[in-house]
Design a protein around this ligand. Structure first.
Ligand code: GLN
Length: 492
């Protein structure tokens, strides 16, 4: 079969169960595509053909013995932020270029239990700091829809791999939009779950109170399958919630769009820098949801202006603390010939971290320093609470809140936005992380340059099933999610 990459996760599951093809055939097919196409996209940092084929053979054997799960033998790509035993985990950084984790992240371990076959590790902004994937030490990943454009970030490798049909689905992480924005830039569906829904154990920390893993795929249905693997309590993550996860696949039709109250924040559609095409596509998608029976309700989110400054104090503050562990002593990059311990720390970190990571460590250290702690960090925490309360108040009158995922479509590679310009591009995604809420991106059309546009739906706590279900209904009624980049049409 030459078109295995066109099949949805449900079709892959059914095809494997019905012996239409084996996991080995499917895995070989994806590995062939990666070998042929990924030189142009550069979505993978590490491809693991030998391990993948061994896992595929084990999956096929399990099937024969009648012990297979729904996803046994289905391939996946993991963001290079999830620790993988025996396979390099770099977080997109020179400082971890030689790091092989002695254990698997819980998300990776759960994938193995579910029978997923790991194709490899995909590229990302260094330590997940960025919105373009250009800050990776391993070079920029390309957007499959236009190879001179970025795929977004930080989970740009995950998005590009799926959009170029180099993986059927992929794991991502979202600290301030890193699942939703690349999904938006690459025409995919991506879910950022409620904080605490997916284990952070073995997921390299950026800003621990904001970080959350989630699925990136071609449809809400495909995301639901991966969410069933990723979600759940983990006693090794103290912030993991001890509440059973839903069956997201079974719940795909659990919420009707009919009667759904969708909040439209006044402030969001007047943001300076909101691209006219993005605005139009998002409004058209909301009109479609309205035609399907939803009610649009104008709401106020008064704290909108505070999102970017609040996030860009809290996230760097936590990052400066989390990244202290990379000191050139225990693991990772170490500078040549240090003269003493201070020199070893200084040079290992200066040579090992890229400029954006160093900038954030400096901002964070400053915000946490004795003289400024109250003025910046403590104040940001107070504003964070107000942002959360703003959302909770809105959820008293609406079921979900709609927004663009990003004010623009994908940027050109090397557009060299200054850091503040780039931070402003996070306006629609970061408040969700500050509040700990779940949110989803769904593709809703294209701009004048044929670059994908995304709609974001934000839900109340633990409403992942509802978000997936609403997007699933929308995708039953539209076909934006079935559009493929030309490069994904290439056969091997
Ligand atoms: N672009 C945001 C940042 O640079 C979000 C990144 C993320 O979610 N990891 O911090």
């Amino acid at each position: 079969m030459t078109d295995l990459h066109r099949l949805s996760i449900r079709e892959l599951s059914e095809g494997l169960a019905g012996s239409k093809f084996s996991s080995r055939e499917l895995t070989e097919h994806y590995l062939k595509r990666i070998a042929k196409i990924d030189a142009q996209v550069q979505s993978y940092v590490t491809v693991t053909p030998e391990q993948a084929l061994a896992q595929a053979d084990a999956a096929d054997a399990l099937r024969k013995s009648g012990m297979a799960n729904v996803l046994t033998g289905v391939p996946v790509a993991h963001k290079d932020i999830f620790c993988t035993q025996g396979i390099k985990t770099t977080a997109g950084s020179k400082i971890l270029d030689n790091f092989i984790s002695p254990y698997d992240a819980t998300v990776v371990a759960k994938g193995k239990v579910a029978g997923l076959v790991t194709l490899g590790k995909v590229n990302m902004d260094e330590f997940a700091m960025g919105s373009t994937s250009e800050s990776s030490y391993f070079g920029a990943t390309k957007n499959p829809w236009a190879l001179d454009h970025v795929p977004g970030g930080s989970s740009g490798g995950s998005a590009a791999a799926v959009a170029a049909d180099l993986a059927p689905f992929a794991t991502g992480t979202d600290t301030g939009g890193s699942i939703r924005q690349p999904a938006s830039f690459c025409g995919l569906t991506g879910l950022k779950p409620t904080y605490g829904r997916v284990s952070r154990f073995g997921m390299i920390a950026y800003a621990s109170s904001l970080d959350q893993g989630g699925p990136m795929a071609r449809s809400a249905e495909d995301c639901a399958y991966l969410m069933n693997v990723m979600a759940g309590h983990d006693e090794r993550d103290s912030t993991s919630v001890n509440v059973d996860a839903d069956d997201y696949v079974a719940n795909l039709n659990s919420t009707s769009v009919k009667g759904l109250r969708i909040g439209i924040p006044k402030q969001y559609f007047n943001v300076a820098g909101l691209d006219a095409d993005v605005k139009s596509r998002v409004e058209e998608s909301l009109k479609k949801l309205e035609d399907m029976g939803a009610t649009l309700v104008e709401i106020d989110l008064n704290m909108t202006d505070a999102y970017v400054p609040t996030y860009y104090l809290i996230a760097p503050a936590e990052a400066s603390s989390n990244l202290q562990r990379f000191d050139g002593v225990r693991y990772g990059y170490r500078c040549e010939n240090p003269v003493d311990l201070t020199d070893l720390y200084k040079r290992s970190r200066s040579e090992g971290f890229g400029p954006e990571v160093q900038r954030r460590i400096l901002i964070g250290t400053y915000a946490l320093s004795a003289g400024y702690y109250d003025a910046y960090y403590v104040k940001a925490q107070k504003v964070r609470r107000l942002i959360q309360q703003d959302f909770l108040k809105a959820f008293e009158s609406v079921d979900v809140i709609a927004a663009p995922s990003a004010p623009t479509t994908a940027y050109k590679i090397g557009a060299s936005l200054d850091p503040v310009e780039m931070y402003l591009g996070d306006i629609y995604t970061i408040a969700v992380n500050l509040a700990g809420l779940p949110a989803i991106n769904a593709p809703v059309g294209f701009d004048k340059d044929q670059l994908p546009v995304g709609l974001q739906l934000i839900g109340n706590y633990w409403s992942e099933s509802q978000l997936l279900s609403v997007v699933h209904q929308y995708q039953q009624a539209t076909d934006w999610h079935t559009k493929r980049a030309a490069i994904a049409e290439e056969t091997v």
